[in-house]
Design a protein around this ligand. Structure first.
Ligand code: UDP
Ligand code: MG
Length: 346
């Protein structure tokens, strides 16, 4: 619409999938029905297989070959949720784009109310989780804590209790995919872009099937990406700790002077030991924080592509304005042609 492409649908749905063989089918049924109701048939669904090792790809590929409204994109390996999201957004041509998890934790039926709300002029309508069903106390607690910490540390107004589930205008998506950074915290980047961003409340359901693809280690990395992408305040911590340590050192100096005057000079092993261990711990922490930023700088400086596309199955051409980083040997399949055999499509 905005980009002048008359063939662009009014709604594109983007869903990343990693080992979701038990879910893709059910997701497509519910999502298609919801999109049909919200956009009257004028929609497409872009499924991104983020290097699944189960039967996700064959199911997606078959769906895309049978239904011209479905596009299946296979990444060459697991590049991570945020990269899969980027690949999907680059391929989306709709005037509006819905970003949604494939595991049915985000209700597809909310797309209707989101579309209506956007008619009121919003650039982004994001899902705000008023309740989270079937998630552990730890996940809920750590998420609540993390989003509040991020909000305090960041100068960007990132809403709490919101994931990536959101409806965006074409303009927002164009701006989003143009951001070159490697460590992508999509929900934060969308906030950074600005404009009218409105919440819509929903209950986050339990997973339809399967287990979370965000184990603790991945969750921590994601949290660190978010913090380092949106705040350099932790770096300033070193300065404050330095001042605090200097203050402490002054007090200790006074104390040792008094002890010396009293002739107790061999006393104080305990305080010396505590001071040495505390200060070395502080130094290691500060070094670690520095390392988090420097490491990310190294990765950013390499300018590698965000992901590699292995195969695309679609009845239509891809978004010419935002090519999917075509690489030699990439399979482009059209309905009627045989499906490319993905490395793990058994
Ligand atoms: N996902 C992905 N790549 C990954 C991890 C997850 O594409 O490396 C997808 C996953 O299939 C799902 C969405 O991202 O559609 C959200 O992941 P998940 O449901 O496991 O996260 P949670 O809801 O538990 O935070
Ligand atoms: Mg989930």
């Amino acid at each position: 619409m905005v980009d002048g492409d008359s063939a662009a649908p009014s709604l594109s749905v983007v869903a990343p999938c990693f080992n979701e063989a038990e879910i893709v089918g059910a997701f497509l049924v519910r999502m298609s029905a919801a999109a049909e109701a919200a956009a009257g048939g004028d929609f497409d669904i872009i499924l991104v297989d983020d290097g699944s090792t189960d039967g996700t790809w064959p199911i997606m590929a078959a769906a895309a070959a049978a239904d011209p409204r479905i596009v299946a994109i296979r990444l060459r390996r697991n590049f991570g949720h945020q990269m899969a999201v980027l690949a999907g957004l680059r391929a989306a041509r709709g005037a509006r784009v819905l970003l949604i998890d494939a595991d049915l934790q985000d209700p597809p039926e909310l797309v209707g109310p989101m579309m209506s709300q956007m008619n009121g002029g919003a650039d982004v309508v994001y899902g705000r989780r008023v309740e989270r069903v079937g998630e552990t106390v730890f996940k809920r607690g750590s998420a609540a804590l993390f989003y509040r910490l991020l909000r305090r540390l960041s100068s960007v107004d990132i809403p709490v209790d919101a994931g990536d589930f959101r409806l965006m205008t074409r303009r927002v998506v164009d701006l989003l995919v143009a951001l070159p950074e490697q460590h992508r915290f999509t929900r934060g980047l969308v906030s950074w872009i600005g404009g009218r961003q409105e919440p819509i409340d929903y209950v986050r359901e339990a997973r339809f099937a399967g287990a979370t693809k965000y184990p603790l280690a991945k969750m921590l990395r994601f949290a660190l990406d978010a913090l380092t992408s949106f705040s350099i305040k932790p770096l300033r911590l070193a300065t404050w700790l330095g001042f605090a340590a200097a203050g402490l050192a002054l007090m200790l100096m006074g104390y040792s002077a008094v002890q010396w005057a009293r002739g107790h000079v061999v006393d104080g092993w305990t305080s010396l030991f505590i001071a040495v261990t505390t200060l070395s711990a502080v130094q290691l922490v500060v070094l670690g924080i520095l390392g988090e930023y420097v490491g990310r700088l190294v990765i950013e400086s390499k300018h590698r592509p965000h992901y590699i596309v292995d195969a695309v199955i679609s009845a239509r051409g891809l978004n010419a304005a935002a090519p999917l980083m075509p690489l030699p040997g990439v399979a482009m399949a059209l309905p009627g042609l045989t499906l490319p055999a993905g490395p793990a499509s058994s």
